[in-house]
Design a protein around this ligand. Sequence first.
Ligand SMILES: [Zn+2]
Length: 470
Amino acid sequence: MDPRPSADRVALGTALIGVAAFVLIAANRVPWEPVPGGVPAPVSASSVFSADEITRAEHFATWGRIWSWSSLAVSLAVAAWFGFSRRGRLWAERMPGWWWVRVLLVVAALTLVGRLVTLPFGIVLRQLRLDEGLAAGTWAAWTLDLAKGELVTIISTSIALIALVGCARRWPRMWPAIGGVLAAALVAAGSFVYPLVVEPLFNQFDSLPHGALRTEILALADKEGVAVDDVLVADASRRTTTLNAYVSGFGHTRRVVLYDNLVDDTPKDETLSVVAHELAHAKYDDVVTGTLLAAAGALVGVGLLGLLLPRRRLAGGVADPPDVVPPGIGMSAVPTILALAALATVLAAPVQNGISRKLETRADQTALEVTNAPAAFVDLQRRLALRSHADPTPPAWSQFWFGSHPTVLDRVALARAATSGNGVAHTRGGVLEQTGDPASEQADGDDDRHRQERKDQRVLNSRRTALGAY
Ligand SMILES: [Zn+2]
């Protein structure tokens, strides 16, 4: 008997190690109780917005959800057809050229088909935003962004799949382990170079000019204990009227970026509130946390792939002769891998977004403590929500599944708790004190529309490389 482990055992071991790594990282780096004493219950919508404002936001959010989810459903159905039907898989076998060229062609073709079938929804969504005065820029500029986004997706997906298929060809038994480690390394590398390679494709970045705002931001960074060399301003106003800021990269590529319309049209105390939140992401290295979790997730994903693929492939009858492609992975596996990855992304969303909401809540809490300006924080929340027509009360399951941030009502509640001194942390002489009763843990909310907007505009990477778009 062959003493070496079977491909199945290697795959299972890889998945289990990935799960263990994920749990360990999540247990150690995610603030499961981001607010001392518990997260306060959301405030009522009517205490923040007028009836008209609520109606308008709900109208926009409802249609935004309808079109986003339709788009998601169609793209999953198309991916599933190519990945799981015999015809779809055989189509991939007919690609010409060297194996890696064929992988690239299959990835490019499927990405383009996926984009084309969801294009009508993208156009309707953008028109909706134009009608509401949320989007800016020409359709030509929008199309160019779309094309660049597709190119980024095709290149990054091809690199990952060529690496994976290459491993499977070279190491028919060990490929899930080697491919899993390689995939995890690619996730980390991608997150690191994202600010240098991808972001400049979509925006121009300039240093925030010297002046009062810059001086106060650097003082804030000092207070939060975050080393910041520079604060960048992105020319976001050329495509959106909404306000935002984010932190991306880590180590030498870490950067704090503000949308230009946040610098130009927002009162300074509110801008500083956003910056304090972003600096908190930097302080706690939330991008590193997200990257480590995504890397562990990649290990789990490749392990599961190793368990699911061989049987399918062997049973399905691959057209490649066995001496060209070892059992386990053939060219027709590429559409199947893409379909499984698309499905896994949707299934993993509640875990990813649940963790994201914890990180966001901690950043809000830190911003409130550092700026000691809860009124500006509340004004800012109102301004952001009105400028993006954020739904104050999204459906609970939508928020659970797609909400990357707490809802505006959750966030206002946090600030009001800080004002009332009930269940709030006060900082005195650097000592964090706790007063009041611990409030019950609340399900956070958010606008998946916001998420969709980021997805469309900054374009898309299913991995979250830029954590903390405010
Ligand atoms: Zn954030």
